[in-house]
Design a protein. Sequence first.
Length: 180
Amino acid sequence: MNSTTFNKTQGNSSVLDITITAMLIAMVFVATLMLNIKLPIAANGGLIHLGTALLFIASILFGPKKGAIAGAVGMGLFDLVSGWTLWAPFTFVTRGLQGYIVGKIAWSNGRKGKSFGYNLLATIVSIPPMLAGYYICERVLFDSWILPLASIPGDIVQNVVGLVIAIPVCVVLKNTPLFK
């Protein structure tokens, strides 16, 4: 292969990679924006949304880098445009870390998100760091160690709903020719 062919192939691969990442960001953003329920129980209002399911799907199907970027940017953008602006930096870090953890475990040892058990483990393992990240966020924003505890049940529900949706969707998608 000559250098011109290599550069064209590499360029097309980069464009495809950027396009997929941008689409994943958009999907996480839209799922967070359009499919959410504001909770009246938490001091901060709390929010359950389907963006978590899309974060899990992106991480399992495409790996830790795309999962981290999709979660961080998609949900961070949601915070910026939806009146949760103070949360955006925390969301960027917390959801980026969550996407990375899911993708890293699901793609470990060459699995590439094809193991039901590791995908389930990945989503479950990612929940405590997400809870801790938002707990710290609320601690900073509300200057209280107690107030953030009210958000934990809603965050758990959000993650469980995301897991219940994402795992079966990934099983189906991983069995399609596109992901084989």
